[in-house]
Design a protein around this ligand. Sequence first.
Ligand code: GLN
Length: 280
Amino acid sequence: MTFNTVQEARNWASSFLEQHDREPRVGELLLRYLLGVSQSQWLAMGRDVLDQDVANTFATWIHDHAVTGKPVEHFTNEVDFFDDTFYVDERVLIPRPETEELVLAVLNEVNGGEVIVDVGTGSGIIALSLKGRLKDATVIGTDLSEDALAVARSNGERLQRDVLWTSGDFLKPVLDEGATPDIIVSNPPYIPHAERDSLSETVSLHDPAEALFAEMNGLAAYDTIVKQVMQLDVRPKLIAFEIGYDQGESVPALIQSYDSAADVRVIQDINGKDRIVLWN
Ligand code: GLN
């Protein structure tokens, strides 16, 4: 392949990716990242000649993505979430836009001084987004994976937000400390193992499996967390879960199987899919 200008590189990438059943837009995302340009600068630079090093890296990345499905964020090591840019790599789930809606749902229900636990924090996006908006809150992020906590910790340092990171199985570190959180929030693994083959390779081969898949037809993480909540000395005023689009009945039913009087609501995401469960 040969290309000299931005426009030629873009056209080559689009058709190459299409031939490999990948999203043509990945070309634009990677090239814009390599050039370090905004959307409006990008639109104006079609005839600009491409630097040879950039062209070589771009061609290598496009080939790699086409063959393996490696996600854009694993080349760029960054993702925007609300107004912040987070570092990500293969140690953590790449943040999804739906999870911003989970954070907003929690922000709607707080007054600012609470103790908040983000269970299974991964890259730390939920904990750090909440801490950025609730300066007086005490925010704790837990994760079983020390690798994930290393990413979360480095994001905390980059953003200079003081979140307490602790390792353990879901709420266990909090139970062990005897702490009494006011708010629990979690985007746990919720995809049934049986759905693995229906996912895009970009997800199934590159996001950490332990952040995606759960036993009990996708419900095992909720089951563990709800059991742990029942062991707290004081019931939190809110537990907020991200859920799969088809779990709007099963997750509330699971909660009510432990607490028949639980006040549970389901909220849809901007695509109209069940996405959030709030338990007060
Ligand atoms: N929302 C993610 C996806 O669609 C799944 C993340 C999760 O299981 N918590 O791939």
